[in-house]
Write a protein that binds this ligand. Sequence first.
Ligand code: PLP
Ligand code: TYF
Length: 394
Amino acid sequence: MLENLSPQPADKILALMAAYRADPRDDKVDLGVGVYKDATGNTPVMRAVKEAERRILADQSTKAYTGLAGDPAFGAAMRDLVLGDSVAADRVAAVATPGGTGAIRQALELIKMAAPDATVWLSNPTWPNHPSIIKYLGMKMAEYRYFDNETRGIDYTGLIADLDQVQPGDVVLLHGCCHNPTGANLRADQMAEIIALMQKKGAVPFVDIAYQGFGDGLDADAQITRQIAAAFDNCLIAASCSKNFGIYRERTGVLMAIAKDPEQQALSQQTLQFLNRQNYSFPPDHGARVVTTILTDPVLRADWEAELEETRNGMLALRQQLADELRRLTNSDRFDFLAHHRGMFSRLGTTPQMVEKIRAEHGIYMVGDSRMNIAGLNENTVPILAKAIVAAGV
Ligand code: PLP
Ligand code: TYF
């Protein structure tokens, strides 16, 4: 049987992580995989997470199964965090999933079940696991233009022209905030126009929100998701807790399906639980319990929010420092986009050859499409990167 296997494509981001580890240079800089790092290069366990884990360790009296949706308190806490009061709670079906990726996978399975002929529209570019999973599930996909390589902002005209081709019942996948891999994000007024277009076309929105709190703040980063939730009878939302709680390896996420009324919500909830059962039965609990503990305790929550703000402001300061440094070196404002982008990533908009040159000559690792993880920098490495960018002729 196993002789029939053929090698599957590797994940380029994860391959880069291995190449970085193997590089013997001690001044190497890792701007590859999207994991937050502090100024010392460490990915910390957040204070509130440590405290929540201590409480769970002390107080937990059973490890018996939860339910197919996970702990309902987790679903409710995440619903409030992501959706605020944009939609009535009795319209939201929610299940815990193994990470945001698990939520994306389950959402796609739901789409396949409910609308097998729908095309799923993806931004060009997008997180590579989106097309990879869609292709694996044998679903139809199409791309809408998103990034303008000249301005390093949004190609809004291209985006609207492409979404104008959407057919009734098609699904449009949008990043809730902090677009991966570009760092370029839609404004609320642009989103309002896109919502009107999607409504006219009869499209179903699917929001992937993996960086809430990394861009402009917890509520600001949820704005697009809330605008969409408030505007449609149906939409899907995959939210990850990996980044904003720093619990990457715990595999914590939630899939929410917004239904038109409570009756449809009940059917959606039952279906999401069925889909969990088909794939892994009960979803992981530990990370979800940590998140629920933090979100439902005012003191812990305030401490988590404070640490998340420090993280976010640290990344913004690095963006500004890099933009300023490049302004100084080039005597131009060509790189100001770095300060305007939001989240962990910015796409430099350069060729794979230049990316390779920067890696070979300076030991600075960015993804081949010129995506940089801003959190991989610190005050001392920003000037080194700026010089390398200019030396490579970007
Ligand atoms: N969606 C996007 C755009 C991401 O960048 C990530 C990052 O890892 C995820 C979803 C899912 O993350 P995870 O499965 O680790 O929660
Ligand atoms: O884009 C990133 O770097 C993060 C982490 O298969 C990641 O989203 C990268 C690749 C992957 C899973 C997670």
